[in-house]
Design a protein around this ligand. Structure first.
Ligand SMILES: *Cc1c(COP(=O)(O)O)cnc(C)c1O
Length: 451
């Protein structure tokens, strides 16, 4: 080793020592940082140094000030949003990806990541039981995946009508509309807005009392329609009725996209019946960084018609020259991090059984939490079909007080939401680390806070 590399190794060992110390402290610090730790963040407010301050002092500041102010989402008692911890094997794989520093455009820049991401894509289709011919793009988020899928959907619908979007653009194109439910996730609305769909182009499908699109009230569908359904509503965990809706949409010539950011993982478990018929859709998004417990940022966009995705996302001048396997032609990025590698690592280390167990354990723990909350006098609002619980106390004021007190306790963290006009606490069980003891501690705390 030359001296430079030796110094680099020593420095990386120091970084590793600090990261290990952070990990060793999991469960011992407040889940949400203390006011004191948050005040410390002021120390980052330095002027940009004219002369570099060096590696050691930079790493030390980040760890000494930053680590105490980190939210313990990598622990067992964070129940906010739909946040999972990270699996050690997925974090370890990402460590190697970082060391390789390959821009994962495709085989030409990174044969290793191209090979691993290809296998990861095949395994993903297998474990989610989606059409094996689909293309899989490894993206940053379900947000980015939705943007990509809807862009592919519109381009395809227009092409079927004989409209060449690449040449003629949108001006004067046949109108394309979107049908979705009022409960669709906000990032889907964002993706639609970015793509130029106005609120007038979006038709809202009525939902039943569980928040699922009601097939009996489905708006008229046709070959100019993109239908966006969801697998796993973010409050209730409920699924739109795919077996009823998707065949109607396909018959009408519509394109069906499914936002399955976390819920699609039910497919890999004993709860797969929740998502029956979802494989009949045209495209799907699913996160790695939520329920599969990979590090951020990691998600997948899956499109049945490989060419439709590659034609939309190609980085080449012309699609005919495109390598339809290369991730640069399936995602937004050209230079990109190999996000499929931690997915591969998680799937390989866990296997089919391990993924099923991760999902099924979370669901069982959510049911246990719901039972405990009911016993403690809370109203559990949803059916708890998956890993999400929404509940409230006697009055909205009580609910708000309990949420604030739980967050301030440092023992757990969960957030709030509003369901059918009623403020609720929202609890999500999405981490491999969470055990029955964690759930019992959560319930005990909430019982004591109800007053
Ligand atoms: C989290 C979530 C999203 C957004 O996913 P990101 O990966 O955070 O962009 C979309 N839909 C649902 C149902 C979600 O839970």
């Amino acid at each position: 080793m030359n001296n430079d590399v030796e110094r680099e190794i020593a420095f990386l060992e120091e970084a590793d020592r600090r990261a290990r110390a952070y990990t060793a402290g999991i469960g011992q610090r407040p889940v949400f940082p203390s006011a004191h730790a948050l005040e410390g963040l002021r120390r980052f407010e330095e002027a940009l140094p004219a002369r570099g301050l060096g590696n050691a002092s930079t790493l030390a500041l980040l760890d000494d000030v930053g680590s105490p102010a980190a939210v313990e989402t990598n622990g067992s008692r964070y129940f906010g949003f739909v946040v999972g911890a990270t699996l050690p094997v997925a974090a370890a794989a990402d460590r190697l990806v970082l060391a390789w520093d390959n821009g994962a455009l495709g085989h030409v820049t990174s044969p290793v990541t191209a090979a691993v991401e290809k296998v990861a894509g095949q395994w993903l289709l297998d474990i989610l039981d989606l059409p094996r011919e689909s293309a899989v793009g490894f993206v940053t988020s379900a947000s980015a995946g939705t943007l990509i899928a809807v862009a592919a959907a519109r381009r395809s619908l227009l092409a079927r009508r004989g409209w060449d979007l690449d040449r003629r653009g949108l001006h004067g194109a046949p109108p394309v509309r979107v049908v979705t439910s009022e409960l669709i996730h906000v990032v889907v609305k964002k993706a639609l807005r970015i793509l130029g769909f106005g609120t007038d182009d979006i038709v809202t499908a009525p939902v039943d009392r569980y928040g699922r699109i009601d097939p009996a009230q489905l708006p008229e569908l046709d070959e100019n329609t993109i239908v966006v359904l969801q697998a796993g509503e973010v409050n209730t965990g409920e699924f739109d009725p795919f077996t009823a809706v998707v065949p109607i949409a396909r018959e009408a010539g519509s394109w069906v996209h499914v936002d399955g950011a976390f819920g699609l993982w039910a497919r890999a478990s004993a709860h797969s019946a929740l998502a029956d018929g979802v494989d009949l859709a045209d495209s799907w998004t699913v996160d790695g960084h939520k329920w599969l417990n990979t590090p951020y940022d990691c998600a997948m966009v899956i499109v049945r018609d490989r060419a439709a995705l590659a034609r939309t996302m190609t980085s080449e001048a012309a699609y005919t020259q495109a390598d339809g396997d290369a991730q640069r032609n399936l995602t937004l990025e050209f230079s990109r991090r190999a996000r499929g590698v931690p997915v591969w690592a998680a799937l390989r280390a866990l296997g089919r059984d391990g993924v099923a167990d991760l999902v099924e354990r979370s669901v069982a723990l959510a049911e246990r939490a719901a039972a405990g909350l009911r016993e403690a006098g809370y109203t559990v609002v949803n059916r708890v079909v998956l890993n999400q619980i929404i509940a409230h106390a006697a009055t909205p004021q009580d609910t708000a007080r309990v949420i604030a007190a739980a967050q301030a306790s440092g023992a757990v963290w969960f957030g709030s939401s509003v369901w059918q006009g009623v403020p609720v606490m929202r609890i999500s069980v999405s981490s491999w680390r969470t055990t029955g003891d964690d759930i019992d501690a959560l319930v005990e705390l909430l019982a004591s806070l109800r007053g």
